[in-house]
Design a protein around this ligand. Sequence first.
Ligand code: F58
Length: 829
Amino acid sequence: MLVNRQAKDINADDVVLGSDAAAIRRSFVEKLFFEVAKFPGVATRNDHYLALARAVRDRILHRWIRSARTYLEEQHRTVIYLSAEYLMGPQLGNNLFNLGIEGPARKAMESLGLNLDELIEHEEEPGLGNGGLGRLAACFMDSLATLDFPAIGHGIRYEFGIFDQEIVDGWQRERTDRWLRFGNPWEVRRFEIEHSVGFGGRTETVVDAAGRPRVKWTPARVVWGVPYDTPVVGYGTVTTNFLRLWAAVAPEEFDLDAFQVGEYWRAVDEKIRSENITKVLYPNDASTAGKELRLEQEYFFVSCALQDCIRLLLQRTTIDKFAEKFAIQLNDTHPALAVPELMRLLMDEHGLGWEDAWRITSHSFNYTNHTLLPEALETWPLPLLARLLPRHLEIVYEINHRFLNEVRQRFPGDDARLSRLSLVDEQGEKCVRMANLATVASQKVNGVAALHSRLLRETVLRDFAELWPERFTNVTNGVTPRRFLGQSNPRLSSLVTEAVGDGWLTDLDRLTGLERLAADAGFRERWRAVKQANKERLAAWLHDTVGVRVDPQTLFDAQCKRIHEYKRQQLNLLHVVWLYQRILRGDVAGIAPRTVLFAGKAAPAYQKAKLIIRLATAVGETVARHPVARELLSVVFVPDFNVKNAQRIYPAVDLSEQISTAGKEASGTGNMKFAMNGALTIGTLDGANVEIREAVGEENFFLFGLTAAGVEDVLRRGYHPRGVVESDRELADVLWLIESGHFAPGDPGLFRPLVRGLVEHDPFLVLADFRAYVECQGRTSKAWSDVVGWTTSSILNVARVGRFSSDRSIRDYVREVWHTRPVTLAPVT
Ligand code: F58
């Protein structure tokens, strides 16, 4: 669509929205009447929520226009974040917070007889991600805007996000996430933009107008990608970036040929098939789906994103400036098809030769790896690629051919190395290794914590690190303190502000100012009171929604994350059962009364993970029935762990469980959120735990278990879990109690597969670490009884976690990877 360049006197500054209570009230009323089309008496809570959201969105769009205009005119290098997942969390509360207008909004609502908290609470979050990876993308969007870096996030507008989890009779039950059913007030659909994305078909070489040979791809099928933008407002700044999520729509309402010959169903079929591409998020968190539709999703959104970058670029300059203007970050390999897609667009659509196209491509991309687990490393079978993306496969072959020639020159005769480095895995079913593709095309490759980055260089990408050592770097993850401390823990935030002054939310290292107060008895008392109040709030919520009563005086011990064997919820449960047995024996000396909280979703097809949830609920029920045990112990499975629920939990926890098998958790980010809210960590030397422990001090961290090297050692020597059981009487008793059916009287064999799995295989060394874990938990109990010591450690944890702000991560990316500059904007009214 043509841009109308005559209309130049239209100025956003003519509109004064105001941010006081009266102005917000006025906007709210306007929105309720003229956008939501409701009036008092018929308006529902959702209508009020929509009206307020729209009023807030206007204020954000005001800033966004200032940002977008400046970026367009001044042509700054922009970060293009490509991620198949974004777990943004609820928007209203966070946007009010970042805009700094929560107070006036509250007043405005009060003046109308409405309660702001109820409206914030009403919002259903867009669950467009599985876990850590998607939430990291959202934290990065917040930090990029807050630090004034031009950035666009591209992703998929899944109509159904991650399933909602219910617990029915102790089992996980999945419900479709119909997050769009009451409307989404935050997004802006851009009707004037659409990109066509092809699938299948064939390629041929043709001669172009200039007489040069060019490849022409004629897809068998085309879908349109249409963008929906969600603005992301920085905290305390005008800068407002956006997340552009792509939805697939069929280009024709019907296949007219089919329709005309009377095949109505076949005609509609094609439309359904196209639009299915963005229907649903694959709910796997640590293994690849390997499905054709997943490949379609991945290609679909990166094609839209790159076509969109080129569209923007050509508004102001020429195609050869691509790499200068964009720094593209691949959030894992899910968007790695962007590499052959950019090559294709540059060569086939814009007429560049291979060398020029490759120079641009290889100067644009960077790749972040989030896992070393073999089952999570993406590979795509050649036949599938040949069928769905024939042109891209040709390009991948050519990249590989040129790359392997380079390797041959450096390592003549080293065929084994060649086959390890190849983009194509020739063993068994031939596949493209997406991590290799991403690495070959990137300026920088990073892991997400120091240990993970090292292991990445030493294992999965070892040969690449040998080839190009300078390409590898580490950027330790971080989390946004705005959402995870400022917004979700207002009590602690006020206390921190009182202690260290303003400004810490954008300069988290200022939390070190708390250190000196750790020795101040009065301050400790207030700190403790904040945690206590947060625990009471969580307890009340658990009572209202889950229907369980927990005692806020007990130690709140929480493990909240996806359910996976490598994260070792089973180890936690073995300890719980061990405590239970001690209580039954009357051996209660030194046991701190605890509430053990579990939360997290299991992939719907991951039977073992679902059985682990069942074990947690079963142990919880059994303990709750026992009159003595329940005085010292309670075990609660909190359903539907998502961003919204996470924000209720983090502020109220005393002890954070970060107990993955060393070497398996790339970083973890929940570990940071708990620590930032004053929980102490019990954990292994895995992922970012290593750095958290270094930061907070080893005396303020409960460490146990094998190291990554130790794990490898045990496995190399031959690990015999049965031997461990035979040498540990208490462990044998714990396993026996579970296997005996004690926790599943109606179905005594229920948990046998879990026990068998541990005793016979135990791939994640749960039993090997059992004794160390139980002993370490003994130390947590002891520490809990020392209120002064615990509170001191809690304060010191918060004081020293400044480096786990996602602002620090973003600054690291800017310095090491993106080389972009911040852009400061004039204020808006
Ligand atoms: C997570 N990965 C890591 N993947 O497990 C965690 O250690 C890290 O802190 C986090 O990334 C951020 O770096 C993760 O969440 C997924 O959810 C993928 C979704 C798509 C399929 C494969 C897993």
